[in-house]
Structure formats: structure tokens, C-alpha cells
Design a protein around this ligand. Sequence first.
Ligand SMILES: [Zn+2]
Length: 184
Amino acid sequence: MARLVTSIAVVFLASAWAITGVPGTSLAEAIDEVEARLFARTLAIPVPGVEPSQLRDAYYDRRGAKLHEALDILAPRGTPVVATDDGYVVKLFRSVPGGLTVYQSDTANEVVFYYAHLDRYAEGLREGQRVQRGDVIGYVGTTGNAASDNPHLHFAIFKLPPGKEWWKGTPINPLPFYKRHVAN
Ligand SMILES: [Zn+2]
């Protein structure tokens, strides 16, 4: 009986968890659910061959008046960069700080993964393209404001707002998701 009650409770919680906007669910809780779903998946470190132990927490590093809010993964120029999760290429964008960048959503369009300072894109990469975890999407470089002698991938995760605008996400620290999972 105890097991049955537990099962019912788990099913109930799982259902409640899957529904956003139910009475009593605050916006903060809804946002945490996005992170919980991300935690439940296995993500690939976006530079193959890099181990979780090599990742350094740079999320709270200061960049002038702002926080860095991303991981920097050091690798030689030209090292492949892979999709960390299944999803879609939302935007290929060139910016002054980020240089050549990719915004990739997850399949549920709840978060975007941001890959910056790329040397170049993978051949034929296009917006709207479906990608799977581990697919090569580009190569490590120093475009944008990266020092030319410091090739690295600047990698961030943003929770998307209700309108799903790829440029309006709220950053979350990527590190815990990669310290926890080993997948490459
Ligand atoms: Zn960075």
C-alpha cells in the first residue's frame, strides 16, 4: 500500500510538474521547472574531449560592470563545437562581442544554448535546422572580442521568455549541468 501511495504521489507530482500555469504555481517555480527538465537530460560538453573536471566556473566573473554569465572552454582554434542537446538552430548571428555565434534551442523551445567566438560554422549550417546532441555546428575561434591568442568557446544557457525571443533570455549558470553529467 505504501508503495502504491508513493506511486500515485509521484504520478501526481509529475503531472503537476508538466503543467505550467496551474493555480498555485508561481512564475519562479515555473522557471525552476525548466531547469529541472534540463537537469533530467544528458547534455554533451560542447567541446568534445573536454572533461567536466576541466570546466572552471566563470559565471560570476566580472566583465566591466557586468557579470560574464557563461562558461569559457579553452581549446585550440579549429576544434569542433557540438550541439549540447537535441534541438534547432534558432539564429546564426554575428555580434561585436560574440563574433560568429549560434543560438540553438532545445526541442521544447524552453532554453537557448549560445555558442560564441566561433572561427566558422559547420558546412551548410542554417537557421531552422534540426540538430542532435553531438552534431558539429562550428569550430572554436576568436571572433568578436576574444583575444587572438586565446581561442575558446564562450558558452551560455538562457531560459526563454514566454514570447520565445531568442535574444531576450535569462542566463543560468551552465556549470552544474555539466559537472553532473558525463556525456560525449
Ligand atoms: Zn566568455
